[in-house]
Design a protein around this ligand. Structure first.
Ligand code: NAD
Length: 297
């Protein structure tokens, strides 16, 4: 029978596993604290920020919700981040995407102090990941690695085909999974919009990860019998319900689940893991900044 991987349950395990770390920090007089910085007026971004705030509070962590007028000068954002970098009671900083057009994305990424960069997007942290010695693992790739570990799926020696080469999912996941390290050691292929014959790649994969954002991009005809499917995509499709839409991934779940041995649903697969790993990185960051030995799940 196909294993439909319950991301909510695995994320709850990770959160429970972080409770000891939070307690160890509090014993040392430290409350791990995440600051989120929002500089846009998109409803979806505000929702993401409030979920991250709530996640922190539920775990007894501190959370600071900084809002900046999207019409304010870019320097207001950079000054805010500089202040947060200096504060001893803030251990993780996350600038919610997207920022307005007049703010240089590259400069934002480089502005967050690497030791507080819980998204792991700073060039120094990207370099450490590529070099095989990550300070923080980026949240979505790390969440996928944890899901595989939890389900007893070891990528070692397996053919992993990742579809999508973004800097937040595809590229760091490739870097994570081909490292010589536990939970990795895979042979990784990174496919993208210019890949010729995507199906030829996915059909020979032991593990397929899709992070594209196109509904039904991948169906059973593109998969090998018994493969593992990790669907990162989040797409809104019209639906006859109260909201007027429902969420779906990149994979045609109904057909793929007949062929795959394990598959993540959307919603309830990778998404909750991304949120849990942000907490993980914030607890880790607090431990390192205060020299407290923090147990991590
Ligand atoms: P993105 O939107 O920045 O880029 C999409 C990628 O898909 C590009 O690398 C592009 O080359 C590739 N692509 C486009 N069309 C393709 C095609 N026909 N065939 C193969 N590749 C193609 O990527 P992103 O920011 O990683 O987001 C991807 C999806 O994952 C979105 O739906 C996003 O909402 C979702 N997402 C989910 C989580 C989560 O926690 N579940 C986290 C991040 C992103």
């Amino acid at each position: 029978m196909t294993n439909v991987i319950d991301g909510n349950a695995v994320a709850a395990d990770v959160r429970a596993g972080l409770e000891d770390g939070v307690a160890a920090l509090k014993d040392a007089g430290v409350t791990p604290r995440l600051a989120t910085v929002l500089m846009n007026d998109k409803q979806a971004s505000a929702t993401y920020v409030s979920m991250k705030q709530r996640d922190c509070e539920e775990l007894g962590m501190g959370a600071e919700d900084v809002r900046i007028d999207p019409d304010a000068p870019a320097e207001e954002l950079f000054d805010t981040v500089a202040d947060l970098n200096e504060r001893e009671d803030v251990h993780g900083i996350l600038v919610q995407d997207p920022t307005p057009d007049h703010v240089d994305d590259e400069r934002v990424t480089a502005a967050v102090a690497p030791r507080k960069d819980v998204d792991a997007f700073h060039p120094e942290n990207v370099g450490k990941l590529v070099g095989g010695n990550p300070r923080f693992k980026p949240c979505t790739p790390h969440g996928i690695q944890k899901l595989l570990e939890h389900e007893g799926i070891d990528p070692e020696g397996k053919d992993v085909v990742i579809v999508g080469r973004s800097k937040i999912v595809g590229k760091p996941l490739a870097n994570l999974l081909f490292q010589k390290a536990p939970g990795a050691n895979a042979t990784v292929t990174l496919c993208h919009s210019r890949t010729r014959d995507l199906a030829a790649h996915t059909r020979r994969a032991d593990i397929v990860v899709s992070a594209v954002g196109i509904e039904d991009l991948i169906d059973a005809s593109m998969l090998s019998e018994g493969c593992v499917v990790i669907d990162v995509g989040i797409n809104r499709v019209d639906a006859d319900n109260e909201k007027g839409y429902r969420l779906t991934g990149d994979v045609d779940f109904e057909s793929a689940k007949e062929t795959a041995s394990a598959i993540t649903p959307v919603p309830g697969g990778v998404g909750p893991m991304t949120r849990a790993m942000l907490l993980y990185n914030t607890v880790k960051a607090a431990g390192e900044q205060h020299d407290v030995d923090v147990p991590l799940p």
